[in-house]
Design a protein around this ligand. Structure first.
Ligand code: ADP
Ligand code: MG
Length: 495
């Protein structure tokens, strides 16, 4: 059982429950169920805001609400893995949020397998609430009932706190920020800045900027029709339209739009029909001099499986990138966020976080929230030691950055070959196999791309690295000793 214990436990309401008559208790139960579901919606909402849509969908998309008995709230996870993950990584937050909306909750238990009569899914519940203004819904009729989950999610309306005012500007993002503001303040799109294409790594603020554009445009002129959707949603809707032979209605969605924003366009890569449709939509809007804003994890030149005409179209306007964050930017983001927290967070703790968590802003925010929540709930003073303690799982990950050099050294030592063989052109099996293992590990344990890895192994081509990765993946299944080698090396390197 994966129980998340709370420091406080209130069972007082339970006693009165038992004294009630059966009929009364039943009615009470129906009402209670409704409340509980409403609370779950709020908990999900806060979780989603904190950990981001993607993580929320991954971990909570299929978690279902169970029952509240004797202060114990049950959730049901679809798999053992999700159950353990949710309990381990999100347990404290789930509990804290539950307690914030329902004081009866003393602890939360995540169980396996759906209950016999499954309650509603978290996703359906969260799809209901905030569609803040008609404007958002106005140009987008729902296309039939069974749109995929991705589709629903992106039509929920912009995130209120994703505004320009809340966006901290620094060297890595100042250009993208300026470009976004400029678009939001233009009356008519300038052809040379259309589309605006913002790209950058995960969690660096692309979606934030897009929503900020949305808010700013609407604030300036509430009549402007702005349509924001994720590329995933575009694809899902398009597929749905094809399936129900209703492409007319799909096209209608985009017809009267003044500004079209599509988030994460890299999702369209490799999806031919959707790409064609997107290309068509795109062109017809540009022809009408409508502004288009796109975001992507990659620059147009690095998108794969995409038609050339599409690639050049995407990059034909203003391309603005968000670079990896710097220590200074991370610190100033933390300072801004800490100002709004209800407990004081010492600067030393902020510096510690900015220094240790250098992956992305989302994780940084999550870390700060966790520290603050602990401070509030347990009443513990916020110090560097406390942060270290609360975030030990996260910090271990951050510390576990493995380098190619380390990998090569370890692997060479393990197979008892010279380090130089890692980059030598020799193809004898006795050195080629260890080299492949090292390439495989480099792919697994670092964030380097295939070409970057190839370079580190005697300037080899990325296809060689790809081949090595595939080969080792195969061997891991067919050859027990390789599987063991790889596991052992991995553990040593991450240790
Ligand atoms: P992306 O879409 O690039 O993956 P998001 O826009 O979802 O990233 O940003 C992740 C989180 O980090 C959001 O909560 C966002 O508000 C926050 N964030 C990113 N950059 C900044 C910034 N410069 N200032 C304030 N918050 C930021
Ligand atoms: Mg995003």
């Amino acid at each position: 059982m994966n129980r998340i214990q709370a420091p406080m436990l209130s069972n007082t309401k339970q006693a009165t429950y038992e004294q009630r008559t059966v009929a009364g208790a039943e009615m009470e139960e129906v009402a209670g169920r409704k409340d509980l579901e409403a609370h779950w919606v709020r908990v999900c909402d806060r979780l989603r805001k904190e950990i981001g849509d993607k993580a929320f969908k991954t971990w909570f998309g299929e978690v279902e609400l169970g029952e509240l008995k004797a202060g114990k709230l049950r959730l049901y996870a679809p798999t053992r893995f999700v159950r353990d993950w949710v309990a381990r990584h999100y347990g404290d937050r789930v509990l804290a949020y539950w307690q914030a909306v329902n004081t009866e909750v003393g602890n939360v238990e995540v169980n396996l397998v759906p209950p016999p009569s499954p309650p509603r899914r978290a996703n359906e519940l969260i799809a209901m609430p905030p569609v803040p203004s008609q404007s958002y819904a106005q140009p987008m009729p729902r296309l039939g009932p069974a749109i995929g989950r991705g589709g629903e999610e992106s039509f929920q309306g912009p995130e209120a706190r994703y505004t320009f005012a809340n966006f901290v500007v620094g060297k890595p993002n100042e250009f993208a920020y300026a470009a976004a503001r400029n678009i939001a303040e233009q009356d008519r799109p300038l052809p040379e800045r259309n589309p605006l294409y913002i790209f950058g790594g995960v969690g660096l603020g692309k979606t934030h900027l897009m929503h900020a554009i949305w808010h700013a445009i609407r604030e300036r002129d509430p009549k402007v029709r702005v349509l924001y959707l994720t590329a995933e949603s575009f694809v899902n809707r398009f597929i749905q339209a094809l399936r129900t032979k209703n492409t007319g209605q799909f096209k209608e969605l985009f017809r009267n739009v003044d500004v079209l924003m599509v988030d994460d366009v890299q999702f369209i890569c490799g999806k031919e029909a959707s790409q064609d449709e997107f290309f068509f939509t795109f062109n017809s809007l540009v022809e009408q001099n409508k502004q288009i804003v796109l975001s992507s994890e990659k620059p147009p030149s690095e998108l794969q499986d995409i038609e050339e005409r599409m690639r050049s179209r995407l990059g034909s306007g203003l391309v603005a990138d968000i670079h990896a964050s710097t220590y200074e930017l991370r610190l100033s983001i933390l300072q801004t966020k800490a100002e709004t927290a209800r407990v004081p967070v010492p600067i030393a703790v902020l510096e510690f976080l900015a220094h240790k968590i250098n992956t992305n802003i989302r994780e940084l925010e999550g870390a700060l929230n966790r520290v603050v929540a602990h401070g509030q709930l347990i009443g513990r003073e916020i110090t560097v030691e406390m942060a270290q303690d609360v975030l030990h799982d996260l910090l271990r990950q951050a510390d576990r950055k493995v380098t190619v050099d380390e990998i090569q050294q370890r692997v060479a030592a393990h197979y008892n070959i010279k380090l130089a063989e890692m980059s030598s052109p020799r193809r004898a099996r006795s050195v080629a196999r260890p080299r492949q293992v090292a390439m495989y590990l480099a792919k697994q344990l670092t964030t380097l791309s295939l070409p970057q890895i190839g370079k580190r192994f005697g300037n080899r081509d990325h296809t060689t690295v790809m081949h090595a990765v595939r080969k080792i993946e195969e061997l891991k299944i067919s050859d027990l000793s390789i599987a063991e080698d790889v596991e052992l090396l991995k553990r040593q390197l991450q240790g």
